[in-house]
Design a binder for this molecule. Structure first.
Ligand SMILES: NC(=O)c1ccc[n+]([C@@H]2O[C@H](COP(=O)([O-])OP(=O)(O)OC[C@H]3O[C@@H](n4cnc5c(N)ncnc54)[C@H](O)[C@@H]3O)[C@@H](O)[C@H]2O)c1
Length: 456
């Protein structure tokens, strides 16, 4: 078949919804995307190597907070969504989006194992007339250097028999306003035909599609977005440290700066960065640039500052306990919130894990409460959330607010606890309670005098 006939055939299948869509990796990114395709009227096959995830979804449950079990049940019952561990089912698909993890290795280099394994699965099942889109965040060049050759090794000509593109996923778990459908989708194809087909695919279920000229541009868009966040969070965390040393309230400074109607964007300091994206993604770019003998200084500096924040928090806790003549060793610390950000259940790369580890290294006895995370495993050790009871709050030598989940009653916390270390400034507007409150940077209400040199 000619390029034009193959392309037209696929475009028609997308237009009349007879195309079968595959999503490889049905996690935080893949499941919401699969649901959008299913809602748009396609039959969707979610392929995942995890039998647990597949069984759960086929039972009509959801393991992703942003997708309801009811939604999954409706789509499974309508025959529009099926999850499977059977790789051969990818052969039924006309378009496949890849949303597998892209972690870092121990040496902070890209770990491409999952992408390579997904690419090999597709290559084994590929046939003419397919569109393959990589969505996993990765370094510029991945689509062309890793995905394209594997498909071409099957005798398929990219842009002629098979259409290949990169389209970064921008999902923000827990965001009440922006989700997969109303977040614009950037698409960069290997050839103009690839970008045309991939844009048509996403336009079927996403409000705005933004074509760019190459997969490398699309890959770099995602890295710019997350590097922008990492660098600005690094800057504001450093401002917090600066404010602490100057004895100025960082939150007051940031809120006042944010009244400027142009030229300033508000970021807030915190105990460090977490999640599968911001702490990791910029390192993909740093790694790629190292191969070109270029050092990404902003990325490295932001990473250094952000990864130091858990130590800053622990030093704050130690100093606050010291003010009460208590050593960190043997103190009972209650960590409030272990998810990496507000109102979600994801603990991956959460700064809470570093704070807990550092506290325990110093001999503290640590418990946690998180309304979204009943339990989690870290370093082979299972931890369970405790109730936020009056007895637990009273018994704690310090309560440390790491994640500012909205459903926690912070007034009760400051009323019942003795010492609260608030890394998110959630207690700022509360009525003064029993607790002495120490902030991440300088002095929210009721805390001790600002100091110089060391975090107070
Ligand atoms: N989570 C986010 O907020 C977010 C946001 C934007 C982009 N991303 C990017 O999206 C990608 C996926 O992240 P995620 O958070 O959805 O991951 P996830 O861990 O939630 O889901 C990935 C799924 O892929 C499956 N998987 C792994 N290897 C596979 C293979 N070879 N074949 C089939 N299935 C396989 C896993 O079992 C898992 O269910 C990553 O590159 C990430 O950086 C994530």
């Amino acid at each position: 078949m000619t390029e034009s006939a193959t392309r037209q055939g696929l475009l028609e299948k997308i237009e009349n919804r007879s195309a079968v869509i595959g999503v490889i990796g049905i996690g935080y990114v893949g499941l919401p995307l699969a649901m959008e395709f299913a809602k748009a009227g396609f039959k969707v096959i979610g392929y995942d190597v995890s039998a647990r995830v597949v069984e759960l979804l086929m039972r009509g449950e959801s393991h992703i907070q942003d997708v309801s079990a009811a939604e999954v049940q409706t789509m499974v019952a309508a025959g529009r969504f099926a999850a499977t561990t059977l790789e051969a089912r990818l052969n039924e698909c006309d378009a496949i989006s890849i949303a597998v993890p892209t972690p870092l290795s121990k040496t902070r280099d890209p770990d491409m194992t999952f992408v390579l394994s997904a690419a090999d699965s597709i290559a084994r099942q590929a046939r003419p007339g397919m569109c393959v889109v990589l969505e996993s965040t990765t370094y510029p060049g991945t689509t062309r250097e890793l995905l394209q050759p594997r498909l071409e090794a099957q005798g398929l000509v990219v842009g002629n028999d098979i259409f290949v593109a990169f389209s970064p996923e921008r999902v923000d778990p827990g965001n009440p306003v922006f989700h997969t459908k109303n977040t614009p989708k950037v698409v960069g194809g290997i050839t103009p035909a690839c970008v045309e087909v991939a844009c048509a695919l996403y336009a079927s279920c996403i409000d705005t599609v933004v074509p760019v000229s190459s997969p490398e541009a699309a890959e770099l868009v995602k890295l710019l977005e997350n590097t922008f966040r990492a660098v600005n969070i690094g800057l504001v965390n450093e401002i917090a440290i600066i404010c602490d040393k100057l004895g100025v309230d960082a939150w007051e400074v940031i809120d006042a700066a944010a009244t400027k109607p142009f030229g300033f964007m508000k970021f807030t300091p915190g105990p460090g960065i977490g999640g599968h994206c911001i702490p990791l993604d910029p390192h993909y770019l740093a790694w790629k640039m190292r191969t070109l003998n270029y050092k990404t200084r902003f990325i490295d500096l932001a990473s250094e500052i952000n990864s130091h924040m858990p130590e800053w928090v622990v030093q704050k806790i130690a100093n606050a306990l010291n003010d009460a003549c208590k050593p960190l060793r043997g103190s009972r610390i209650l960590v409030l919130g272990v998810a990496y950000k507000r109102d979600i259940d994801d603990v991956r790369e959460s700064p809470a894990l570093d704070v807990i580890r550092l506290l325990e290294n110093h001999g503290a006895q640590v418990q946690y409460h998180d309304p979204h995370v009943n339990e989690f495993r870290e370093d082979g050790h299972m931890r369970q959330s405790v109730d936020l009871s009056e007895a637990i709050l009273i018994a704690a030598d310090a309560v440390v607010i790491i994640t500012d989940h909205q459903q926690i009653n912070y007034q009760r916390v400051v009323d019942q606890a003795e010492l609260v270390v608030d890394t998110r400034n959630v207690t700022a507007k509360l009525t003064q309670g029993k607790a002495r409150v120490v902030g991440l940077a300088s002095t929210p209400r009721g805390s001790s005098e600002p100091r110089s040199l060391q975090p107070a």
